[in-house]
Design a protein around this ligand. Structure first.
Ligand SMILES: *[C@@H]1O[C@H](CO)[C@@H](O)[C@H](O)[C@H]1NC(C)=O
Length: 213
């Protein structure tokens, strides 16, 4: 009897650790007034929470695609939806106008799974062995983009496309290569040396995307 109780306890404990080794609470809604730490934001006191603390309505409306990429990413990461803090998940809405693009980018902190809900999207990623995996996705199709790999989404149809991207992190991060290079103050000479691009093309891209230097 005692032995079987111990076995049961061991199994329960192992199960708990396997599921979530660092998490000893039901939830940890982010206190955004505190500093972000490597393990996320500190928790708001449970007494300050209610049902609305676990609901986000910011993905109901389309993002504004009147910009130079013809697309908008509306995130529900910890900063916008504090309830995902500590839970290992988040989501974003993508709106892509005809001819629009979510330019080549990475999420340093999480894997992505994309669900197309309107229109047609050509999406792809490039592995660290430089193999390209790309596909034209229709409504209802899913595609995964492994953490840290370069990927893109292009509207491949005649109407605005909408997709939802879920992430395996509440703070997946978003780094768009063209903006990092051509909307920053990285000196043109350094860009040309490190990318092998011509000076005229670097200047054109900086003018288009707002970079300096
Ligand atoms: C969308 O963005 C453009 C460019 O910034 C702006 O002129 C326009 O007012 C915005 N539209 C809406 C509905 O916010």
């Amino acid at each position: 009897m005692a032995a079987s109780m111990v076995s049961l306890l061991v199994i329960v404990l192992l199960g708990t650790f396997a599921l979530e080794p660092t998490f000893a609470q039901d939830f940890c809604v982010a206190d955004l007034s505190s500093e972000l730490t490597p393990s996320g934001y500190p928790c708001k006191p449970a007494s300050s929470l209610n049902s609305d603390s676990f609901v986000f309505t910011g993905l109901e409306t389309a993002g504004n695609v009147s910009n130079n990429i013809g697309a908008a990413v509306t995130p529900a990461f910890s900063a916008q939806f504090p309830a995902v803090n500590g839970l290992g998940v988040s989501i974003a809405r993508l709106d892509i106008a005809p001819n629009g693009v979510i330019p080549l980018h990475i999420h340093p902190g999480g894997n992505e799974i994309l669900l197309v809900v309107k229109g047609v999207i050509n999406a792809g990623f490039i592995s660290s062995s430089n193999v390209v995996y790309s596909k034209t996705l229709n409504v209802g199709d899913l595609m995964v983009f492994p953490q840290g790999l370069l990927h893109y989404q292009i509207n491949a149809g005649e109407s605005t496309a909408i997709a939802f991207a879920s992430f395996s992190s509440p703070i997946p991060g978003l780094q768009i290569v063209a903006l990092s290079l051509f909307a920053s103050n990285l000196p043109s000479a350094v860009i040309e040396k490190t990318t092998f691009l011509a000076d005229s093309e670097v200047k054109r891209l900086k003018a288009f995307l707002g970079g300096s230097g």
